[in-house]
Design a protein around this ligand. Structure first.
Ligand SMILES: Nc1ncnc2c1ncn2[C@@H]1O[C@H](COP(=O)(O)OP(=O)(O)OP(=O)(O)O)[C@@H](O)[C@H]1O
Length: 347
């Protein structure tokens, strides 16, 4: 066990490390003297207390040391300031070279579009594993302009990158609040209860249907689950890169979801077939036959069209609500009605 950890007080260690705090609470260490050093506390444990913990002094010290080491690793990764993520081309499905050299910075939102089976998920998977020319696409990634050695890659993959996949089903027997609090504790965020409230409030801003922290996770709808995961990623995760595989049809407020991630300075990549979402990105990567074939910056006309499409989308959302309430849709809003010439195929 490191000397510095042994000499820290029980109160100090507990404040800095939720998992150690939980262990010490279980061992009733605070009942003794919170201002006592960890080393002194371990020395004073009698046989009964050691029996209750099921460990000898050396094992307790080793256990606390291992927990403390995890904090160090989380902090090291959190402290790595991600200034850029670069994607370098590999090959397409036919083995032809891919012309790609794209650098992304914090706050960038990039949409990934392309036909079914073209390789959108492959691109996200390459980023998720911080590929170094060793995946089917042979792409490589650079972090802050340089490639990673195997040890760095192992340490950073999964920490730099958070992925929200298409399929998310909960099987745990926990309420929403308990689940998010558990995650907050795992992430060692300073005020886990407050962070939990923030995640649930954010998720409710994104979700079409509201939910509270008492509801069992398994009762969340697909849209509510997506909203919760996006809010959780934005608020709790220190990962600076977020990969999202399809959020359309999930009944969540896509603009707010993106704004939440942008506000946290995340690099966000979203694979999508949804025209509204596709136009919301700063850039749009087009994939064909396994390779990036274009990187498009939305034009001013596209931004205007995005506004028009969003209004149509709002109308459709209202119609959806009316249908849910059991209403009939005998009349459409004027904005959705074809003009006379459109309806009759006139120029
Ligand atoms: N450059 C490549 N070289 C070899 N195989 C590739 C390449 N790109 C993609 N693939 C493979 O092609 C298959 C389809 O790719 P992927 O699942 O990424 O498509 P997609 O665009 O996400 O499809 P969907 O829209 O249906 O989700 C996968 O097996 C993937 O590994």
């Amino acid at each position: 066990m490191t000397l510095s950890l042994l000499s820290m007080t029980i109160a100090e260690v507990s404040q800095r490390h939720p998992a150690i705090a939980e262990f010490l609470a279980h061992a009733h260490a605070h009942d003794a003297k919170p201002e006592r050093s960890l080393g002194a506390w371990i020395d004073t444990l009698d046989d009964d207390q050691l029996g209750l913990l099921g460990m000898d002094r050396g094992q307790i010290a080793g256990h606390l040391d291992a927990l403390w080491g995890q904090l160090g690793e989380l902090q090291r990764v959190a402290e790595l300031p991600l200034r850029s993520l670069t994607l370098r081309g590999g090959i397409d499905k036919a083995g032809r070279p891919e012309q790609l050299d794209l650098t992304l910075a914090p706050g960038d939102v990039v949409c990934v579009v392309g036909p079914t089976g073209s390789g959108k998920s492959r691109l996200l998977a390459d980023i998720e594993c911080l590929a170094q020319g060793d995946t089917p696409s042979q792409r490589s990634t650079l972090v802050n302009g340089r490639s990673l050695d195997p040890a760095e890659r192992a340490a950073y993959a999964g920490r730099l990158i958070a992925q929200l996949s298409q399929n998310m089903n909960f099987v745990v027997d926990l309420s929403v609040g308990e689940f998010v609090l558990m995650h907050a504790n795992c992430r060692m965020v300073p005020r886990p209860e407050q962070a939990t409230r923030e995640v649930i409030a954010c998720a409710n801003e994104l979700a079409g249907e509201q939910f509270n922290d008492n509801i069992p996770l398994t009762q969340l709808s697909g849209g509510q689950t997506r909203a919760l995961m996006i809010a959780d990623t934005a608020v709790l995760s220190s990962s600076p890169v977020v990969l999202i595989d399809e959020i359309e049809n999930a009944g969540i407020d896509r603009r707010r979801a993106l704004d939440l991630l942008i506000a946290r300075e995340k690099i966000t990549l979203i694979s999508t077939h949804d025209p509204i979402l596709a136009l919301m990105g700063d850039r749009r990567i087009v994939i064909g036959s396994g390779a990036v074939v274009d990187v498009i910056v939305p034009s001013a006309a596209e931004k205007t069209n995005l506004y028009a499409l969003s209004r149509i989308d709002d109308e459709l959302a209202r119609l959806r609500q009316r249908l849910r309430r059991g209403e009939r849709i005998d009349e459409l809003p004027a904005s959705l009605m074809p003009t006379f010439s459109e309806a009759h195929g006139c120029d």
